[in-house]
Design a protein around this ligand. Structure first.
Ligand code: SAH
Ligand code: SF4
Length: 388
């Protein structure tokens, strides 16, 4: 029988595991703290655990993060790790240090099946879901590696925020994501507040509702277009869950969200979605999409497109991004422009490519489907009937 990787288990499951070993459930809390608060990988170091438990764990369990293939440090201090997930696949994790926080950008899949045109992961296709141990392992490795390197005093965190914005669509790997989120939030684990853990999604509507009920962390939604015709071409998942349904799920999410707004991410693509008229269309779109037909409380985060060779797309000029932001701001929406980090090591948004053995022939499918640029002004522009 192969050893159980304890990084796979949230505290509840670890308690079940201890029970199966004939131990009291509360032992799991001690064990959990050793793993996720002290970064221990060696059962012999866990001095307050009974010798009998330690020997059972030594026989049938392990604490093992993925193997690091490469580590790169950018000129701005951003760090990118490439982890081996076996079978010729590798995923990337990025640490972004700032004055008052440290954000870890975590991957959820080897590749991604959504296939967004402007995303380097999307161009690689999909290989497989990561396990909970592989998701948590990225945080475990980064946190304790950084603590050692930075010489942080015991208990001081290196990672203060987690964003599920690495490779993959987290809400298409929900079964593995949920225990990983619980471990991040657990006071005996990483103790991150729900406001400091963000799930970013391209819009898997039913799973947004599940997340709201199971573990409502901060939500970011990758919007990228003000109407269905354009979004269908940029984010293919939109054909399954069009904007009206997506915004409905956002509105429902707010009932339990840790923040009283949804963050919309919007990747600025030259000549495609960056016209001020499209910003006006966005204003109209959110104006009536909130609870009770009121405005949807939201913020916009504009991301200058980070180019990669296969995309055939260009980044919007800074003046164009600024003008777009102004339309949103003048319409009353808090709008920020994301500063690109780690560009010199390809660690910026959408540049994470790792190594993926594609099983979906994505490049062939993309070549057959050109992007249709659709601009229509007015509040009803997002209605599918008009754009079909
Ligand atoms: N699958 C999830 C999370 C990963 S992508 C999602 O799509 O939300 C994280 C963010 O980076 C998303 O908003 C995504 O649209 C954006 N992104 C992808 N490719 C990009 C690129 N080339 N330049 C800038 N942002 C990009
Ligand atoms: Fe997948 Fe997100 Fe990239 Fe789209 S942007 S292909 S959903 S990782």
């Amino acid at each position: 029988m192969s050893a159980v990787n304890l990084l796979e288990l949230d505290r509840e499951s670890l308690s079940d595991h201890c029970e199966r070993l004939g131990e009291k459930r509360f032992r799991a809390t001690q064990l959990f703290r050793w793993i996720h608060q002290k970064g221990a990988a060696d059962f012999d170091a866990m001095s307050d655990l009974a010798v009998s438990l330690r020997s059972k764990l030594r026989e049938g369990a392990e604490i093992a993060a993925m193997k690091v293939l490469t580590e790169q440090v950018a000129s701005d201090g951003t760090i990118k790790w490439l982890f081996d997930v076996g079978g010729g696949n590798a995923v990337e994790t990025v640490f972004i240090p700032e004055v008052d926080r440290g954000t870890l950008c975590v991957s959820s899949q080897a590749g991604c099946a959504v296939g967004c045109r402007f995303c380097s992961t999307g161009h690689q296709g999909f290989s497989r879901n990561l396990t909970t141990a592989e998701i948590v392992g990225q945080l475990w490795h980064a946190e304790f590696d950084l603590r050692r390197r930075l010489g942080l005093p015991p208990g001081q965190r290196a990672v203060t925020n987690v964003v599920m914005m690495g490779m993959g669509e987290p809400l298409q790997n929900y079964a593995a994501l949920l225990p990983a989120l619980r471990t991040m939030l657990d006071d005996h684990g990483y103790g991150l507040s729900r406001r400091r853990v963000t799930v970013s999604t391209s819009g898997v509507v039913p799973m947004i509702d599940r997340l709201r009920d199971d573990c409502a962390v901060a939500l970011a939604v990758s919007l990228h277009a003000p109407n269905d015709a354009l979004r269908d071409g940029l984010v293919p998942l939109n054909r399954k869950y069009p904007l009206a349904e997506l915004l409905g799920a956002c509105s429902r999410y707010l009932e339990k969200a840790p923040r009283d707004f949804i963050t919309f991410e919007y990747c600025m693509l030259d000549g495609i979605n960056d016209d001020p008229a499209q910003a006006a269309e966005l204003l109209a779109l959110v104006a009536a999409s909130g609870p009770g037909g009121r405005a949807l409380p939201c913020k916009f985060n504009l991301i200058p497109f980070n180019p990669f060779p296969e995309s055939g797309l260009k980044r919007s000029a800074p003046a164009r991004v600024g003008a777009f932001a102004r339309v949103l701001q003048e319409g009353g929406l808090v709008t920020t422009i994301r500063r690109t980090r780690g560009e010199d090591i390809d660690a910026a948004c959408g540049q994470l490519a790792g190594e993926v053995q594609d099983r979906t022939h994505v490049e062939r499918r993309m070549a057959r489907a050109p992007i249709r640029i659709h601009r229509s002004a007015g509040a009803a522009a997002h209605r599918r009937s008009e754009t079909a």
